[in-house]
Design a binder for this molecule. Structure first.
Ligand code: MG
Length: 262
């Protein structure tokens, strides 16, 4: 099931994509509230997909947790720049809520950075309060999955020696286009394109730390709340974004998150 957050007729709502109507195009069935809190009751209203504006599918109430260094080939490419070898456990950092933008929204390159880079990633959306959950139960606390771009001012990340500012600018966390509640993530492609050219092409099969391990590990540190988002790391091929570029993050089975850069 694909869940969208959208704006139509001046209101912001959640909805479920109805892709079943052959030839009639995709429709969105409106929900009464946030499905992570209120479940899946419908209002009875339906919208044509092309008539709505998709928004970031979730705005976390508390946090965006991110995992650094979770694909071997990306660890190798960053060895000389951000240092260190393979982490022994998931390396966590946070991005602020104010970094989130939705599908189609611009990534704004700050004037104080000469080197803003894309990092296409699979993101998990938490659906239930999770604290100290065991790895074998961890995915029960995940509502669904979406695409994310962990946009990074690489020059500031390196200069600061830690990652908060370089990864925390406004617009540096595009999310979307939808939340897929039950994708097959055993070997799903994670592809990032800039102006149509493939820059990153990985698979969830390459994750160093599994999705369940990440949730369990993060829940040892933080109480995870419904709506919290966890970015799971990026494959090799990170690279520059320039004003005028269009960057796409595609997760197989979920969709394409597309954002212009200015
Ligand atoms: Mg990242």
């Amino acid at each position: 099931m694909k869940v969208a957050r959208f704006q139509a007729e001046g209101e912001i709502s959640y909805g479920i994509l109805d892709e079943a109507e052959q030839g009639a195009g995709i429709e969105i069935v409106e929900l009464t509230g946030d499905p992570m809190i209120a479940g899946f009751d419908t209002t009875g209203r339906r919208f044509r997909f092309e008539d709505v504006r998709l928004l970031a599918p979730v705005i976390p109430r508390s946090k965006i947790v991110c995992v650094g260094k979770n694909y071997l080939d990306h660890v190798e490419e960053m060895r000389d720049e951000t240092g260190g070898g393979l982490p022994e456990e998931p390396l966590l950092f946070l991005k602020p809520n104010t970094s989130i933008v939705g599908p189609g929204d611009a990534i704004v390159r700050p004037a104080i950075s000469d080197r803003v880079e894309h990092e296409g990633e699979l993101a998990m959306v938490i659906g239930a309060v999770a604290k100290d959950v065991p790895e074998e139960d961890a995915l029960k606390y995940v509502f669904g999955f979406t695409a994310a771009n962990d946009v990074t001012a690489r020059d500031l990340q390196i200069a600061d020696g830690q990652w908060t500012r370089g990864k925390g600018f406004d617009t540096f966390c595009p999310l979307g286009p939808v939340i897929e509640t039950d994708p097959d993530l055993s070997d799903a492609r994670v592809v990032t394109r800039v102006n149509g050219e493939v820059r990153q092409d990985g698979s969830t099969a390459q994750l160093i730390f599994s999705l369940s391990r990440i949730v369990a590990h993060a829940s040892q540190a933080f109480t995870l709340l419904p709506g919290d988002v966890i970015l799971t790391g990026t494959p090799a091929g990170v690279g520059r974004l320039e004003p005028g570029d269009t960057v796409e993050v595609e997760i197989e089975g979920i969709g394409i998150l597309r954002n212009p850069v200015r």
